[in-house]
Write a protein that binds this ligand. Structure first.
Ligand SMILES: [Mn+2]
Length: 359
C-alpha cells in the first residue's frame, strides 16, 4: 500500500495509518495489554487498541520531530495468549485484593496465578524486545499497566552490557513499593524491581506526587542510583517559567544512553482522565515534550521507550475507541516519542517555514 501523507488513514490501516512490514521498519511497537494488578480502575488493557484506533487521526508530519514514519514504524502482532491470561490473572488479583482489604489472607492459588502471569508476560516482553534490539530496531512497548515496562527495560539493560542505562521515568507514582498488595510484578513496584535487579541502571524520576514513606527512604538510601524530582519540587520552577532550567538539571543526571518509561498519569489528569490511578498536579503535555526535546538536543541517545497506563473512557464501545480523548493524547505522544528517539539517532529535524519575530 502506498501512503497518502496528506489524506486520512484508510479504514483498517495499521498504526498511524501505516502498514510498514517489520523488515523495513527502524521502529517496532509491541502492544502489551496486561493489567493484572491495577489498583483503582481497570481499562489500560484496552490502551493499545485505543491508541491504534486514535493513531489514525495523527498527522504524519510533526512540527517537533518531522516525519518519523519515513524510518518505518511497524506494529508487532503481540502475544495471542495474552488477553486470556490477563483476564484470569485480573480476576485472581481482584479476589486477593478483596481478601486483603477485608483483613483476610489471599488464597495461595490466586496469588500464584497472578505471580506466574506477571512473570510470563515479563519474560515474553524481554525476549521479544531483545529480538528487535538484536535486529537493530528501536523497541517501543505500549501497555498495559506499568508492570509491563520491566521486560522492555530488562532487554535494553542487557543489550547495554557494561554501559550505564539511564531511565527517565515520568509518573505520578514512585513505583518503588516492595511487592505492592503482595504482588511481585505489581505496577506499583516496577521501578524497585528494575533498580534491584539491573545493576547498570540509573533511575531519574520526574513528576512524582504519590509515594509512601518506605519509597522515600529507598530514594534517600540510594542517591547514586535513584534521583527523584518530586512534583512539589518542580511546581515552583514551572510556575515561575523556569522549566528549561529544570529540564537541564534532570538531563544532567542522565548518562548518554536513556530509556524513556512514560506513565501517562505523570501528565496532568486533563491529559489522561480515564487512567487507572490519576493524581492531581503533574506535567503538561508541552512540558513533557520540551523535556524530551531538550534531552535529545543535549546529545542523549534514546535506546528504548514505553508508554503505559493509557486507558480509554470505559463507556466507549470497542468500535468507538478512536473517539477516546486519553487515546488521542496517547497516540500523539507516542508518535512524538518515536520521532524523538529517531532524532536522537540522527534523523533529520523538521524544516518548517520560520515564524517571524520568535526564535
Ligand atoms: Mn503511575
Amino acid at each position: 500500500m502506498t501512503i497518502d501523507v496528506n489524506g486520512p488513514a484508510k479504514k483498517g490501516a495499521g498504526l498511524f495509518g501505516l502498514d510498514t512490514p517489520l523488515a523495513d521498519a527502524k521502529v517496532v511497537v509491541l502492544p502489551v495489554p496486561f493489567e493484572a494488578t491495577v489498583s483503582f480502575s481497570a481499562g489500560t488493557a484496552r490502551g493499545p487498541a485505543a491508541i491504534l484506533a486514535a493513531s489514525h487521526q495523527v498527522d504524519l508530519l510533526d512540527a517537533d520531530v518531522g516525519s518519523p514514519w519515513q524510518s518505518g514504524i511497524a506494529l508487532d502482532p503481540g502475544f495471542s495468549w495474552l488477553p486470556e491470561l490477563n483476564e484470569a490473572a485480573r480476576q485472581a488479583a481482584c479476589r486477593c485484593i478483596d481478601a486483603i482489604t477485608n483483613g483476610q489472607a489471599a488464597r495461595d492459588g490466586d496469588r500464584q496465578l497472578v505471580e506466574e502471569a506477571g512473570l510470563r508476560v515479563n519474560r515474553a516482553v524481554t525476549e521479544r524486545c531483545a529480538e528487535h534490539l538484536r535486529d537493530g530496531r528501536i523497541a517501543v512497548v505500549v501497555g498495559g499497566d506499568h508492570s509491563v515496562s520491566y521486560g522492555a527495560i530488562a532487554a535494553t539493560a542487557a543489550a547495554m552490557g557494561d554501559r550505564r542505562l539511564g531511565i527517565l521515568h515520568i509518573d505520578a507514582h514512585a513505583d518503588l513499593r516492595d511487592a505492592y498488595e503482595g504482588f511481585t510484578w505489581s505496577h506499583a513496584s516496577v521501578m524497585r524491581s528494575v533498580v534491584e535487579r539491573m545493576p547498570n541502571v540509573r533511575l531519574v524520576q520526574v513528576g512524582i506526587r504519590d509515594f509512601c514513606e518506605a519509597e522515600v527512604e529507598l530514594i534517600r538510601a540510594q542517591p547514586g542510583r535513584i534521583t527523584t524530582y518530586f512534583d512539589a519540587h518542580l511546581r515552583a520552577a514551572r510556575l515561575a517559567g523556569h522549566w528549561a532550567t529544570v529540564c537541564a538539571a534532570i538531563i544532567n543526571e542522565l548518562p548518554e544512553n536513556v530509556y524513556l518509561s512514560i506513565d501517562i498519569d505523570g501528565l496532568e489528569p486533563s491529559a489522561c482522565p480515564s487512567t487507572g490511578t490519576p493524581v492531581p498536579g503533574g506535567l503538561s503535555f508541552d512540558e513533557l515534550v520540551s523535556l524530551v526535546d531538550l534531552l535529545v538536543h543535549a546529545g542523549r541517545r534514546i535506546v528504548g521507550l514505553d508508554l503505559v497506563e493509557v486507558a480509554p473512557d470505559a463507556a466507549l464501545a470497542d468500535n468507538d475507541l478512536g473517539l477516546s480523548w486519553d487515546a488521542n493524547v496517547g497516540a500523539r505522544l507516542l508518535y512524538k516519542l518515536i520521532g524523538f528517539a529517531l532524532l536522537s539517532r540522527g534523523s533529520a529535524r523538521p524544516d518548517l517555514p520560520k515564524a517571524p519575530g520568535i526564535r
